[in-house]
Write a protein that binds this ligand. Structure first.
Ligand SMILES: [Zn+2]
Length: 371
């Protein structure tokens, strides 16, 4: 779509509503930080999705959101020695975004929504990539930014967000951060853009919407759809955005939609596949992959597996070795990004990815903020 950008962000008139993939109900375009009201009442919360009139390829929910040049990230072949024999593997390098992670796409949409709807600021819980990214995009959008972080927040993250003018609030636990976001998000001039619900829902649908171009760019870059896409996941925001974008690209090209495989450091989605409820608590350690830690998963993450035919993949060892192997090939990533490489080999060993097929690994973030 080639349009003259509006002077300030506005909602796309082709955005029809927000729909719930779980119960099928649709809701007017508004902010629903606890997800679908109907599913929330039933105790089975689910995030909403932006739904457009007609073909949604090329459309974003927010028009004219402030940009720092996010998107259009590199797509390049993985060096053959790192891939299983006979499988064509590409890397979609989201660490090339302005603050070093895929979160920049999310932040553009989430901050854009806040500006379009007239909020004075955003509030979020994150101690890592999202914190830095949201601080930068709030600053670019002329919005205030309040960030709830744990006391273990890496020093480079704290320094970066303060430099961008965001206010940091320190808490002992992740739960306390969410309580803060819920309370502050109830203020009429502040928009909560990350999850604060328990059971967990996920983050702003408008932020998730703005990650759909990852799927479009993969199809454009390859000139076709791959059979498989692998990405690290915790609560499924990225997974949901990428899957929706791939599905739109597949429809447009009249090709099958790729299977989206979701990689996790301990069983959450894998436990759901084995019969657990998506709203259960799944304790586990993610010391080498803090960006995808946490004891919860979401309906939106599960929905991606259901709709795309993908598999959950647990990688609980070998992440640091994979990170160093990738670094040795010049691809510098954090552990939570490098986790997709052992997952690729695992899916190959399970016979789910076979010679002659193409897989795309989504490399979500560079490692510098964690050093
Ligand atoms: Zn619902």
């Amino acid at each position: 779509m080639h349009r003259i950008p509006p002077a300030r962000p506005v909602m796309n008139e082709r955005l029809a509503d927000l729909c719930c993939p779980r119960c099928g109900r649709s809701w007017p375009v508004a902010d629903h930080p606890a997800g679908c009201p109907h599913c929330l009442d039933r105790g089975t919360p689910a995030n909403l999705r932006c739904r457009f009139e007609g073909d949604s390829f090329g459309e974003l929910a927010v028009l004219g959101a402030r940009t720092l040049g996010e998107g259009g990230t590199p797509l390049f072949p993985l060096v053959p020695g790192l891939a299983p024999a006979g499988i064509e593997v590409w890397v979609k390098n989201e660490s090339a975004n302005p603050t070093g992670s895929h979160k920049d796409r999310f932040s553009s949409g989430a901050a854009g929504r806040a500006a379009a709807a007239g909020y004075a600021g955003i509030v979020a819980a994150s101690s890592g990539n999202a914190a830095v990214s949201l601080a930068a995009y709030a600053a670019a959008s002329g919005l205030g930014c309040e960030l709830a972080v744990t006391r273990e927040v890496p020093a480079p993250v704290a320094a970066a967000v303060r430099a961008a003018g965001a206010r940091l609030y320190l808490f002992d636990t992740a739960e306390q951060r969410w309580d803060f976001v819920r309370e502050r998000g109830a203020e009429p001039d502040l928009l909560a853009v990350t999850n604060h619900a328990r059971p967990v829902v996920g983050s702003s649908p408008f932020g998730v919407d703005s990650m759909r171009p990852i799927g479009w760019e993969i199809a454009d870059g390859l000139g076709r759809l791959p059979e498989h896409v692998l990405l690290p996941t915790a609560r499924g925001d990225l997974a949901s955005g990428v899957h929706l974008g791939l599905r739109e690209a597949a429809r447009r090209r009249d090709q099958p939609c790729p299977r989206v495989h979701l990689v996790e450091p301990f069983p959450r989605l894998s436990a759901v596949r084995a019969g657990a409820s998506v709203h259960d608590s799944f304790p586990g350690s993610a010391a080498s992959t803090p960006s995808i830690g946490g004891d919860s998963t979401t309906a939106q993450a599960w929905q991606v597996l259901e709709e795309s035919g993908g598999s959950p993949v647990v990688v609980d060892t070998g992440v640091e070795r994979a990170r160093l192997r990738l670094a040795g090939a010049g691809i510098l990533l954090e552990g939570a990004s490098a986790i997709v490489l052992p997952a690729l080999h695992s899916l190959h060993e399970r016979g789910e990815i076979v010679p002659g097929e193409t897989a795309v690994l989504i490399a979500t973030a560079h490692p510098f903020k964690g050093l």
